[in-house]
Write a protein that binds this ligand. Structure first.
Ligand code: ZN
Ligand code: ZN
Length: 625
């Protein structure tokens, strides 16, 4: 009799061994755990000879496809997480066998005829789908170049060959956008954590049994149990939303997608107008095939970008130049988006008398003032308190407000343009967002103030002007990726302008107009940005020239954290830190960070995993602050 290793699903229990005759890796089994039974996934064959209990029964043979199981093993290994933690990340909490499937629509519409560039991309990637070879493609197309239509054609190709596909988009909030567009063209189901348990289970099984061959969704949809996977697409591959930051394994869905494509021997398509520096580097080196979509569809021109030097203009935040362009748009009945990367009214309040600033008690950073709700809220932990009428320290009756958030910009624009203005940010509830979105789409409103939420994939054909209130917000962060993120966010925002018949204009306000990043944005030249960035990365030994592993130490006692940090340092002398994080405190806990640059794997780190809940290991962190 053989033994097998089983990971109980749902409960945080490490793998257990059982005796069995027929169970194999990937099977769903029912096993006794103490005096109960639970579902578990067989992950491997063991060789233990001590007395073991037997599995009760095999519930479903080959419950998950082999390529998915291998991907999960890869993920646990690469991201330094225990295998059972990785399994529970990938397979949603208790998937009871089978429920009713959603019903299938049989009528699917036709799309537009692809242009020459789209055709080329479809043929080239299509050949890899047909030959079932694992190749990675970067579909690098400027904003508005018609990438989505290429994706749809490729998925249809895979379906015609009897294979399934996975499509990832960066944000759960974009679900309606992709779902509606895709479901008109082929059978697909969404898979994400926002679905209720019943729907999620029903979708999961419909995908597993191949009733619906295409799984789409944000990050975690990469674990969709598609049986005959023939294609994986990661749209907006540069997006930081693909990184799981909070729970181990702290995986990046793009990297997991590449691993899964390897195990399933199918092509992986990464799409972006502003590829991650690492991705583009691999394309330049030839590890990834580069396919360009160099033109906007119907030859629409890219918008013209103008920089406004904030050091020379008194009138802020709506500078005369921006005001003039807004006037022009409004008088023509065209639409504009005004981008500011901060929510609330004012990021910082100061008492003009004694200098007191209200801070979050847990995170020790200034609380953001929200005027509509009359509250102060912490941007990290969501702690909030009502704003008092006077300074609690000296009873001065007024506050000085420093900086700008969406609410304040909205107020200033309303003074100029009345009720033509709407605000779109995450401080609003979903229902409000949908209403505002529709108002703007139907052109009941002309000006939209928003955070990066407005930059994500939306297509408003009547937007001809984009204004960026302060382009320096991200660039000023002490992070080696600050330049890359600035370029990506501002290029995406700029890309919202001029997607319809009229050409677009973009105004970016900055204190550093000579900074190379802004020059690259002005020229809308990803290549220029990349050439400068890659030299800097090489000099400093940052990715893609090294791998980073970040260790965060978080806990209430600073001396305790330092002690853990020094223990790590004794084992790995070249590790940097421990130093206080840029966010020194979070939710009442102190935070220290340690950073290690490695070339390949480092066995010494394995010893750190799962030992101490105050210690989090982040492989390939997207931020080091
Ligand atoms: Zn005061
Ligand atoms: Zn806080």
């Amino acid at each position: 009799m053989e033994s097998v290793k089983v990971v109980p699903l749902g409960k945080p229990i490490p793998p257990l061994s059982y005796l069995t005759e027929r169970a194999a890796p990937g099977d769903l089994v029912l096993v006794p755990i103490r005096d109960r039974v639970a579902y578990g996934l067989v992950i491997g064959v063991g060789s233990e000879s001590r007395r073991l209990r037997r599995i009760r029964r095999i519930v479903i043979k080959r419950f998950i496809p082999e390529d998915l199981l291998r991907t999960i093993f890869w993920m646990a290994d690469y991201y330094l997480a225990p295998i059972d933690v990785a399994i529970r990340m990938a397979i949603p909490r208790l998937i009871l066998p089978r429920t009713a499937f959603p019903s299938l629509i049989r009528e699917y519409g036709e799309g537009p005829v692809p242009n020459r560039w789209q055709r080329h991309a479809i043929d080239k990637i299509g050949a890899a789908i047909k030959s079932r070879t694992h190749q990675i493609f970067l579909l690098y197309g400027v904003t508005g170049s018609g990438k989505t239509e290429v994706y749809i054609n490729l998925i249809q190709k895979a379906l015609r060959m009897g294979m399934g596909a996975i499509f990832l988009y960066p944000e759960i909030g974009l679900t309606p956008l992709y779902r509606d567009r895709f479901q008109r063209r082929f059978p697909s189901l969404v898979l994400h954590s926002g679905l209720n348990q019943k729907t999620r289970r029903s979708h999961w099984h419909a995908l597993r049994e191949g009733v619906f061959p295409v799984g789409i969704g944000p990050r975690s949809a990469i674990f969709a149990p598609i049986p005959k996977l023939g294609l994986i697409i990661v749209d907006e591959e540069h997006s930081t939303s693909y990184k799981e930051e909070f729970r181990p394994p702290r995986y990046h869905a793009r990297e997991v997608a590449i691993a899964r494509g390897r195990f399933a021997s199918c092509p992986v398509v990464l799409g972006s107008a502003t590829p991650a520096v690492e991705t583009y580097y691999h394309a330049v080196c030839g590890r990834i095939h580069l396919i360009r979509l160099p033109q906007r569809v119907k030859h629409r021109p890219l918008p013209v970008v103008r920089l406004v030097d904030l050091r020379r203009v008194k009138q802020q935040p709506i500078t005369p130049c921006l005001k003039r362009e807004l006037d022009r748009s409004v008088s023509r009945g065209e639409q504009a988006i005004i981008f500011i990367n901060r929510k609330g009214y004012a990021p910082v309040l100061i008492c003009p008398e004694c200098g007191f600033t209200p801070r979050c008690p847990g995170c020790d950073i200034p609380l953001v003032y929200y005027r509509k709700e009359e509250i102060l809220r912490c941007p990290y932990c969501n702690y909030n308190e009502p704003i008092g009428p006077v300074c609690p320290r000296c009873h001065h009756p007024r506050w000085r407000m420093i900086g700008m958030g969406t609410e304040r910009i909205e107020e200033q624009l309303r003074r100029l343009f009345g009720d033509k203005v709407v605000r779109f940010d995450r401080s609003r509830v979903i229902r409000d967002l949908e209403r505002i979105y529709l108002q703007f789409q139907n052109r009941d409103r002309l000006l939209m103030v928003g955070t990066s939420l407005v930059t994500k994939g939306h297509d408003f054909p009547k937007v001809t002007l984009v204004g960026v209130i302060n382009g320096d917000q991200i660039l000023n962060l002490p992070d080696f990726r600050a330049g890359e993120y600035t370029f990506q966010v501002l290029t995406q925002v700029a890309g919202r302008a001029g997607r319809g018949r009229r050409p677009g204009r973009v105004i970016i306000q900055t204190h550093r107009p000579d900074h190379p990043i802004f020059q690259s944005i002005k020229e809308q030249s990803y290549e220029r940005f990349y050439q400068e960035e890659i030299i800097r990365r090489k000099e400093l030994g940052y990715p893609p020239f090294s791998r980073l592993i970040l260790i965060r130490l978080r806990g209430p006692s600073l001396p305790e954290l330092l002690r853990i940090g020094i223990e790590i340092k004794n084992k790995i002398p070249e590790i940097l830190g421990p130093v206080p994080s840029f966010r020194r405190k979070i939710g009442g806990n102190h935070q220290l960070i340690m950073l290690l640059k490695v070339d390949g794997k480092d066995g010494r780190l394995k010893d750190l995993i799962g030992k101490d809940s105050r210690l989090a290991v982040d492989v390939d962190p997207i931020t080091t602050i």
